[in-house]
Design a protein around this ligand. Structure first.
Ligand SMILES: [Zn+2]
Length: 113
């Protein structure tokens, strides 16, 4: 028996391939809905582009997914932990400038004291 109510059940993202376009995607069960996500992490510009095209975005922290909404985006536009991913819609991957490729432990992030 699951310890979570049915409406909150979720699974960790699992790598697979899209049946239509053949690209690598992640699938997961999130609050009882099947999700297909692009595994390429997005930068802020990439998240904005995804939202403007009607895709939803999710914050992945370890094996948990959190839906991004106006409050979470406004309060934490560029999370220091985890990565942001868009729902998969059989379209080309985001261009390089929209991807999150920064090193998460750059010297600027280190406390000088
Ligand atoms: Zn596809």
């Amino acid at each position: 028996m699951s310890r979570w109510p049915a409406h909150l059940q979720e699974t960790a993202p699992k790598k697979t391939r899209c049946r239509r376009c053949g690209t690598d995607i992640w699938t997961a069960l999130h609050q009882c809905f099947d999700l297909a996500l692009d595994p390429i992490p997005l930068a802020q510009l990439g998240e904005l582009a995804a939202l403007l095209t009607g895709a939803r975005t999710y914050h992945r922290v370890n094996d948990h997914l959190y839906r991004r909404n106006t409050v979470s985006i406004a309060n934490n536009p560029n999370p220091h932990h985890g990565t942001i991913h868009r729902t998969h819609h059989c379209q080309p991957p985001p261009p390089e400038e929209q991807r999150n490729t920064r090193d998460r432990h750059t010297p600027q992030d280190t406390c000088p004291y």
